[in-house]
Design a protein around this ligand. Structure first.
Ligand SMILES: NC(=O)c1ccc[n+]([C@@H]2O[C@H](COP(=O)([O-])OP(=O)(O)OC[C@H]3O[C@@H](n4cnc5c(N)ncnc54)[C@H](O)[C@@H]3O)[C@@H](O)[C@H]2O)c1
Length: 319
């Protein structure tokens, strides 16, 4: 029935041992679903899901989504893909394969099972945006041959595949464009700005800010993000997306560095480095659609989310 989803579903989460995936698995289990977590542990880890392994409704499978998968499920959340530049540029060909072959394999599985499928897409599909903030209608400004292209274009092609499966095979799809998300269980060496700054501050090392630090980003706390993701999956079938999920609060890199220094009580200072190639100047979601269609908006303010993340980093790496 349109818009109404029963609980106790059997749900596949690809990339389930990663940062976002492990939080999603946790939340699905908490509401009574059965969860099949699939991961090749490239950037994720078994530590992220260790606390779930004893749950009889949780199952972890080591598998690479670039190969076909045969499981029986009602819903698929497709999160498998390295998400940070250091990781996705490590093996760019595998990154594109993960997005494209992974999407083809998961969409094929969804078609066979008549399962609902959600794609974890990204704000990177907007590239270095000429429109600010970015609404879903904006087609983006993406370099097709640069070092970030394996990720950006892989994700764009995955979106194309999702919409073609929807048009051609009437598959129930949900495409979510995720903006920068942070929180407990982020990878400490992923080179993302929040984890970088926290690790540097806790080590008392200089905080490295690229360029002059006036470029802005928006940061969404992981609990808010997962809430938006589950609302999108559970929404009316007519809502396919793409839909932006992120926190529109905008901060410069310098502001973020100062907040991290203050919250950690660190004596670190700020050190400037050259701006990497294709680094976007501004990135901020327009979340009008998420508000009206899903009744969603972020609730956790940056200082609170940062404090929880710093606690987690301290516990994992400095206790
Ligand atoms: N965290 C963010 O800010 C953010 C922003 C935009 C989009 N996303 C998207 O959300 C998803 C999850 O991101 P994350 O931050 O949790 O990253 P992550 O690296 O922590 O998680 C990705 C997971 O996918 C797994 N994986 C990678 N390649 C695989 C393959 N071929 N087969 C099976 N598993 C594979 C990794 O081992 C890892 O556990 C990704 O698709 C990412 O592109 C994240």
């Amino acid at each position: 029935m349109a818009g109404i989803r029963s609980y106790n579903r059997r749900v596949l989460v690809t990339g389930g041992a990663g940062f976002l995936g492990s939080h999603l698995c946790e939340r699905l289990l908490a509401r009574g679903d059965e969860v099949v977590c699939v991961d090749n542990y490239f950037t994720g880890s078994r530590t992220n899901i260790a606390h779930l392994l004893g749950n009889p409704r949780f199952e972890a499978i080591r598998h690479d989504v670039t190969f076909p998968l045969y499981v029986e499920v009602d819903e698929i959340y497709n999160l498998a893909c390295p998400a940070s530049p250091v990781h996705y540029q490590h093996d760019p060909v595998q990154t594109t394969k993960t997005s494209v072959h992974g999407a083809i394999n998961m969409l094929g599985l969804a078609k066979r099972l008549d399962a609902r499928i959600l794609q974890a897409s990204t704000s990177e599909v907007y590239g270095d945006p000429a429109v600010h903030p970015q609404p879903e209608e904006y087609w983006g400004n993406v370099n097709p041959i640069g070092p970030r292209s394996c990720y950006d274009e892989g994700k764009r092609c995955a979106e194309t595949l999702f919409f073609d499966y929807h048009r051609q095979h009437q598959l129930a799809i949900k495409v979510m464009r995720i903006f920068n998300t942070y929180g407990p269980r982020m990878h400490p060496n992923d080179g993302r700005v929040v984890s970088n700054f926290i690790m540097q501050a806790l080590r008392g090392e200089p905080i490295t800010v690229y360029g002059d630090g006036t470029q802005t980003r928006s940061f969404c706390y992981v609990d808010d993000l997962i809430d938006g993701m589950m609302r999108l999956m559970d929404s009316d079938p007519a809502i396919t997306g793409p839909i932006n999920i992120g926190n529109p609060g905008e901060f410069t890199m310098l502001e973020l560095a100062e907040r991290v220094i203050a919250l950690t009580g660190s004596r670190s200072t700020v050190e400037h480095r050259p701006l990497p190639q294709d680094d976007p100047r501004q990135r901020r979601p327009d979340i009008g659609k998420a508000k009206t269609l899903l009744g969603w908006e972020p609730a956790v303010p940056l200082p609170e989310g940062l404090a929880r993340t710093i606690d987690d980093f301290r516990r994992r790496f400095f206790s």
